[in-house]
Design a binder for this molecule. Structure first.
Ligand code: AMP
Length: 423
């Protein structure tokens, strides 16, 4: 179990909290508030405890990398590039601070555009219960530096703003950065916020000690990005459903014709070794047995039913077919835990969304029947949201990379610091 802010007496304390306010921005305006609202329960709780101050910090895009990319693109398109405007509209935290203030109906003091250093007196001179929002942490190269002593320079400064570090930024929990992990070396105690705790409490047991039977549904484009998660889930899963683009590398590895489907030829051996490992663990593997195909990868392409495992040369498989979906039903509905990462078809194209929608409906049904169902990873989350089924899952993760790494069984720096007390 991870320790949370509820496990401490925080009255009168100064809190320094990492949030994930890396929200999409356009022309200096917040485009989607999901990540802001996700942190509000922790913020509300902290304020309700009568703290001295609550200082929030987050990154907002990566100013140096993103700006370089945007500049190169403008140059390529023959357009002029206003760097200052780009940074102001995309990476400055002031508009996010204002947005949060409106959302909370409470003043949020913005720390200033000059960055995150030298803010102790500003924070400590505020009336009790003030919220301060710091500028984008990634304006400082120390935030993401590979050199830990360099990260420590910023971490030590941020630590001086609080007596307690609260990490609620699950989306960046897999990053070993100054504001997500190094800071914990310099504050007496570090704990998780409620969002972080919820994520960990749903995702970690899937790898450590799931309620069995565990059924894993792994889809998405590429085998290469899912090898570690497949290997990790195999250990406990009674069944592994492999769908999406990656399924066709497995079918090719088994000797089936795959037509023009997405294939990673350099992963054929990996696919074979995963199938072998499943034999050893006694895990049932469900690969597509029929498909919906298209002649071209196109949003308007017509769906052509392919009733065999093998795919004719002129088609690429874009979605799973009805017989495959039938084979999923019993398996998913028989599960006590379902872990889902990645769509089973090109769900962004309406003609090929049927399979992923049916999977979402089956997982929702499993939830109703009492299973713990967890959806992690950007695209499957987008899919359940698109089908309006997110509320029917036990948990929909807010962190793509972080949730994948947890399911891979890795220790995440931003989570591990919430378990330890500084001695
Ligand atoms: P990932 O980010 O690896 O989870 O991949 C998600 C992407 O996989 C989505 O954009 C889907 O459109 C894509 N995808 C799913 N099924 C297929 C398929 N059969 N062929 C090509 N791409 C697919």
């Amino acid at each position: 179990m991870i320790r949370t802010v509820k496990d401490l007496d925080i009255k009168g304390k100064r809190i320094i909290m990492r949030v994930d306010f890396n929200v999409p921005m356009k022309e200096g305006a917040v485009q989607d508030e999901t990540r802001i609202t996700a942190a509000i329960p922790t913020i509300d709780y902290i304020l309700s405890q009568g703290v001295q101050s609550l200082t929030l910090m987050s990154h907002l895009g990566d100013p140096s990398k993103d700006t370089k990319k945007a500049k190169e693109k403008a140059e390529k398109d023959g357009k002029t590039f206003d760097e200052e405007k780009h940074v102001r509209e995309k990476h400055r935290m002031a508009p996010v601070s204002e947005y949060l203030s409106k959302k909370l109906g409470k003043t949020v003091v913005f720390g200033g555009e000059d960055g995150c250093f030298g803010k102790k007196s500003l924070i400590d001179s505020q009336p009790s219960g003030t919220i301060v929002m710091l500028e984008n942490t990634r304006f400082h190269k120390e935030e993401t530096s590979k050199d830990s002593s360099e990260r420590d320079v910023l971490a030590r400064e941020l630590a001086s703003y609080g007596d307690i570090f609260v990490n609620d930024a699950f989306g960046t929990a897999h990053r070993d950065h100054a504001s997500t992990a190094s800071i914990a070396k310099f504050v007496p105690v570090s704990v998780a916020g409620f969002l972080m705790a919820k994520e960990v409490n749903y995702l970690e047991p899937i790898v450590m000690n799931p309620e069995k039977p565990l059924v894993a549904i792994i889809g998405g484009a590429k085998v290469s990005s899912k090898i570690a998660v497949l290997e990790s889930l195999l250990k406990n899963a009674s069944a592994l459903i492999i769908g999406g683009g990656m399924a066709y590398t497995f079918l090719k590895a088994q000797g089936y014709g795959v037509g023009k489907s997405l294939i990673e030829n350099d992963q054929l051996d990996t696919a074979k070794s995963i199938l072998k490992a499943a034999e050893r663990t006694g895990t049932q593997i469900l690969l597509p047995v029929d498909h919906l195909g298209a002649e071209t990868f196109d949003a308007q392409a017509e769906a052509h039913a392919i009733d065999t495992v093998a795919i004719p040369d002129s088609y690429m498989a874009m979605d799973v077919g009805p017989k495959t979906l039938e084979s999923y039903e019993k398996v998913i509905l028989g599960a006590k835990t379902v872990a889902w990462n990645g769509p089973v078809g090109v769900f962004e194209f309406p003609n090929f969304a049927k399979g992923t929608k049916a999977v979402a409906e089956l997982v929702a049904k499993a939830t109703k029947a009492g299973a713990i169902t967890v959806v992690g990873g950007g695209d499957s989350v987008a899919a359940v949201n698109m089908f309006g089924l997110a509320s029917q899952m036990s948990h929909v993760s807010t962190g793509g990379g972080a949730s994948l790494e947890l399911l891979e069984g890795k220790k995440l720096p931003g989570i591990e610091v919430c378990r330890k007390e500084r001695t």
